[in-house]
Design a protein around this ligand. Structure first.
Ligand SMILES: NC(=O)c1ccc[n+]([C@@H]2O[C@H](COP(=O)([O-])OP(=O)(O)OC[C@H]3O[C@@H](n4cnc5c(N)ncnc54)[C@H](O)[C@@H]3O)[C@@H](O)[C@H]2O)c1
Ligand SMILES: N[C@@H](CCO)C(=O)O
Ligand code: NA
Length: 446
């Protein structure tokens, strides 16, 4: 029997992920020890209440409410409590004591990442966070290591399972957003308070983490543009389907070179967008996640799988634990986070993409020409126009007769700057020939 050196592992939190990490570690300890060359001993699990009844049966003597003593006696600390405080203080305490830290906490990383990475670098420790983005799917390590020699240009991610489930139900089953959200809650995908998911906040935190990593640039959460899915309606979903597209909530991280100045910047943004049904991300159904990466040399890459779930996410945490443990065995300091590029983070107004604008107009001669002129005056170039005539009378607009038939114009644009597009939509909305701007959606994934 091989005698291994012992590495002391402290777990903070015994919830969905923490309890599964503990269970797997206890079940597969011998195998992991053989892979690492050291045994991973759980020295304790910090909980709020040692006597609470729990779904996963773990040895009771491991539970403690004294998180600080537990942290100070550990070689590796695994933070799975979630939230910013006390997680931040505990992670800093661990790093400052020289321990490596593993976390799944996107809220913490998106808001305090630089502070934590600096603390790790000061003492030569390392902070691992594979589980923080897209759960079990390996995406942090591929960006940090496998693609470190390449140049990432764009990431399109479906990184929130709840919203993908809802949009998929609206598309495939014809549900309303409210019905689909109720089903997501019933099935345990959405939290009791689903604001972080449907408001796009969870995806925005993940976008900040991915963009920082991909572009070697600090991307603060405040600079991530965010729209949730609450305004997506059945009419938009049906229209997308009819046009061979689908609406997905995308986390987009992009390197943008200004067409005139040539200045390079990065954009991180989250919004519901149209993508073609032929795009690989269109095939991501239910609560699954996927991250589509475009890199200069590697070309297009797709990472797909379970973005949430206790045991699935525990897989990513254990992968980090093995990496950290191997580093302890070999010795030497951790590898610092790379932020050498520090590219400017662009405002949403500077983003360049394509759009689909749906207008309700009065069906009379000259309307199309007026709409085309407003678009052209705004510097927005039209790629496609589709018109359908509803034939239903509408109330009179200024200068028009009662009972005129309405028409729906669906305009697909070429690439345009968001600021120019927004001003143009305002001009369209103010025009006498437009009775309503029914929908403006960005089109991604070309
Ligand atoms: N569940 C998932 O599918 C998933 C996926 C990816 C990432 N994550 C992340 O993993 C982390 C854990 O998520 P979870 O789903 O296991 O959450 P959870 O709510 O099930 O578990 C968190 C546990 O930590 C405990 N806790 C909170 N504050 C504490 C404190 N001060 N002291 C001791 N214990 C404390 C809670 O009582 C709870 O038992 C979060 O950061 C989350 O964002 C979760
Ligand atoms: N609430 C998240 C969990 C994983 O971060 C989701 O729906 O994807
Ligand atoms: Na992951």
């Amino acid at each position: 029997m091989i005698e291994y050196r012992n590495l002391r592992v402290a777990l903070l939190g015994a919830g969905s992920v923490g309890s599964q990490v503990a269970k797997l570690l206890l079940e597969h300890g011998d195998e992991l020890a053989a892979r690492v060359g050291a045994s991973l001993e759980i020295v304790g699990i910090a909980v709020r209440d040692e006597t609470a009844t729990r779904d996963v049966d773990l040895p009771r003597h491991l539970y403690t409410t004294d998180a600080e003593s537990l942290i100070l006696g550990a070689d590796i600390v695994v933070e799975l409590m979630g939230g910013v405080e006390p997680a931040r203080s505990y992670v800093l305490l661990a790093l400052n004591s020289g321990a490596d830290v593993i976390t799944a906490n996107k809220a913490l990383l998106a808001t305090h990442g630089p502070e934590l990475f600096d603390a790790a670098e000061q003492v030569g420790a390392q902070l691992y966070y594979e589980a923080a983005v897209a759960g079990a799917i390996p995406i942090i390590r591929p960006l940090r290591d496998s693609l470190a020699g390449d140049r990432v240009n764009r990431i399109l991610g479906i990184v929130n399972g709840t919203t993908n489930f809802i949009l998929d139900r609206m598309d495939v089953d014809g549900d309303t957003l409210e019905d689909a959200l109720a089903t997501a809650t019933e099935l345990g995908y959405a939290e009791a308070d689903p604001t972080a998911d449907i408001g796009g906040y969870d995806a925005a935190q993940k976008a900040a983490i991915l963009a920082s990593l991909a572009f070697h640039t600090t991307v603060p959460i405040e600079s991530v543009y965010r729209e949730g899915i609450t305004s997506v309606n059945r009419a938009q979903v049906e229209a997308a389907r009819a046009n061979g597209s689908v609406i997905k909530l995308l986390a987009i991280c992009e390197r943008i070179v200004h067409p005139v100045t040539g200045v390079e910047g990065v954009s991180a943004r989250v919004y519901p967008a149209l993508i073609s049904r032929t795009h690989p991300l269109a095939a991501v159904h239910g609560a699954h996640n996927a991250v589509f990466v475009q890199a200069a040399a590697a070309g297009d890459l797709m990472f797909y799988g379970a973005g949430a779930g206790g045991v699935e996410t525990a897989s990513a945490v254990l992968g980090d634990l093995v990496s950290a443990a191997r580093r302890h065995v070999v010795g030497g300091p951790g590898v610092a986070e790379s932020t050498h590029a520090q590219l400017p983070v662009l405002d949403i107004g500077q983003v360049i993409t394509r759009y689909q604008i749906t207008l309700e107009v009065v069906d009379q001669p000259g309307v199309l020409a007026t709409v085309a002129r407003i678009l052209s005056d705004g510097g927005v170039s039209v790629e496609t126009v589709q018109q359908s005539i509803a034939g239903t009378p509408v109330p009179a607009l200024p200068g028009q007769e009662l009972g005129a038939a309405t028409a729906t114009l669906v305009i697909g644009t070429h690439e345009a700057e968001e600021a120019a597009l927004a001003a143009t939509v305002e001009a369209l909305s103010a025009s006498d020939v437009v009775s309503a701007v029914a929908s403006v959606l960005r089109v991604e994934g070309s």
